[in-house]
Design a protein around this ligand. Sequence first.
Ligand code: PRF
Length: 371
Amino acid sequence: MKFTPLATDGVARLGTLETPHGIVRTPAFMPVGTQAAMKGVHWHEVRETGADIVLSNTYHLMLRPGAERIARLGGLHAFMGWSGPILTDSGGFQVMSLSELRKVDESGVTFRSHIDGATVVLSPERAVEIQRLLGSDIAMQLDECVALPAERAEIDRAMRLSLRWAERCKRAFEPDLPSGRALFAIVQGGDDVVLRQESARALVAMDFQGYAIGGLAVGEPQATMLAMIEEVAPLLPTDRPRYLMGVGTPDDLLKSVARGVDMFDCVLPTRNGRHGLAYTRRGPVNLKNARHAEDPRPLDPESPCRIAREVPRAYLHHLIRANETLGAMYLSVVNIAYFQTLMQGIRAAIAERRFADHAAQVTATWAQGDV
Ligand code: PRF
């Protein structure tokens, strides 16, 4: 895997990431297809929104249908029918948020499957093996993410455990290096500047193909998240991509790009779309609201997304109120397209060195609200 920084504007970076399944233009937003599906959206539609890369999850796929089965069926790309790059999260984070009776120790995470109650062990080595079986272009190390607020001792313990797991994942991944697939490390350290710096320095010394910043957007204020990014980003090598995990809102993306982040993933566009919320240049629009009931206008006549440009708000309102699957499908596409258009605008602005002005303009248009 090769990351090529093409331009910088202040701390914001424009680049390309070459993976075995194609090129990712950065800054990039990865829509989330947790269980080998972008909920309610066809892969060709995901592609048409301009997404270069999608995220999927070790945790869900190891439990169902199983990594070995996906491998027998030709790997995740063939299995789900997405031919572009795939990043897979390692599972630790999802174990913590989804499973019961979990236990973390040196060996890894032991938990009860949320599907059939079976006891499952996820070690750093197994996390790497599963991601190899899936054939993900970018695999993530196993880590432990602590929800905030938390005691410093707890953040310290999880950060150090994540460092040791990083070592083990790196060793387990060594045979995969010639494949061009990549393994990213994950910086932890909660809201503690000193722990964040120690984590980043130790991981950089191990030399990974890319670096994620984890353990943020887990209950802390945005200002804290941005302060942590400001501490960590300058410690990371400029020739490796930086990925802020599980973030975020359009405002989070603008402010994080301004601090040197290259990659993001978040369920917001699809999850909110399923619940009737549309993202538009002029901010969020709640289509459940009665004010849309007889509104023949589309969401945004200037959107590059055909659905946003053409489908009447009154019809979207009806579909969402009637709980029709099509409503969720339409708004998921609208929202993924909004996020991709946002990233495209960000990339163009960095290339032309007008990122700060562009971000201010996007924010001002958003603040005008839907009229
Ligand atoms: N670690 C992993 N996945 C994640 C996170 C993390 O800290 C987060 C935190 N925002 C989201 N997804 N492995």
